[in-house]
Design a protein around this ligand. Structure first.
Ligand SMILES: C[S@@+](CC[C@H](N)C(=O)[O-])C[C@H]1O[C@@H](n2cnc3c(N)ncnc32)[C@H](O)[C@@H]1O
Length: 229
């Protein structure tokens, strides 16, 4: 699907070239604070809530759609928050090429594309290969947070996560419909308004593990050519 592209001039919108030239996020943020990543931030309502709660952390918001990036940047700019940077980039590519081992304290994935048809399920972001990549990128005790409104996706994600002995469950059940103080994204709110439950999974990485970088499976949208910014 081709996208309508709008030039994004916000200073917090970082191109791949800027990231490469800076040599990493520490120099872009100007400090060494712990780093959190939101994958598929949509229009940015989750990231501004979580970043406002945690001024002691740095946040990267990413999405592959230009219009979502534009709206997220405008939200972040009006929030006055200085601990968020935004990129239009594919998640696995960013994690594999630029983040790397033990670089992240938290990962957030909220209402990812559900790919509901059976033949499309292989396109889903959360699968064993993505969990392996997340475990490689998370520091000890780093969190993997995932939620979906889609029952089949919620159940299968919870099963994969709860069966992985490298992870601790931060909730008392493999998934929960109780959201506690977890910030609500636009899509979450949309489904809550329809009285549809959200499946929330919150896990963290056990300490002292040595995780090798996984070989990425050829995945949907994983191709990300030069000059895509
Ligand atoms: C259904 S929307 C949910 C948006 C937001 N998280 C929310 O809950 O309101 C999923 C978003 O994920 C983005 N996305 C899908 N696959 C992605 C990937 N591999 N890397 C980065 N963003 C992705 C899409 O562009 C879309 O904006």
């Amino acid at each position: 699907m081709s996208q309508r592209m709008t030039l994004i001039t916000s200073p917090i919108f970082i191109s791949e070239t800027q990231l490469r030239n800076a040599g990493g996020f520490t120099s872009l943020f100007g400090n060494n604070n712990p780093l959190a990543l939101e994958i598929g931030c949509g229009i940015g309502d989750f990231i501004v809530q979580i970043a406002a709660r945690h001024p002691e952390k740095n946040f990267i918001a990413i999405d592959i759609f230009n219009q979502g990036c534009r709206q997220t940047c405008s939200r972040i700019d009006s929030s006055g928050l200085t601990n968020i940077l935004m990129m239009r980039i594919e998640a696995r590519y960013l994690m594999d090429q630029y983040l790397g081992e033990k670089s992240l304290q938290s990962i957030y994935i909220n209402c990812p594309d559900p790919w509901p048809k059976k033949r499309q399920r292989k396109r889903r972001l959360l699968n064993q290969n993505f969990i392996d990549l997340s475990l490689y990128c998370l520091e000890d005790h780093g969190e993997l947070n995932f939620c979906t409104d889609f029952t089949d996706y919620g159940e299968s994600a919870a099963e994969l996560l709860s069966c992985d002995d490298r992870l601790n469950n931060l909730l008392s059940t493999p998934y929960s419909h109780e959201l506690g103080n977890y910030p609500i994204s636009k899509y979450m709110q949309r489904f809550l308004d329809l009285d549809q439950p959200i499946f929330l999974c919150r896990y963290n990485k056990k300490s002292g593990l040595k995780i090798d970088p996984p070989k990425l499976n050829k995945g949907f949208r994983l191709r990300w050519g030069k000059g895509e910014n």
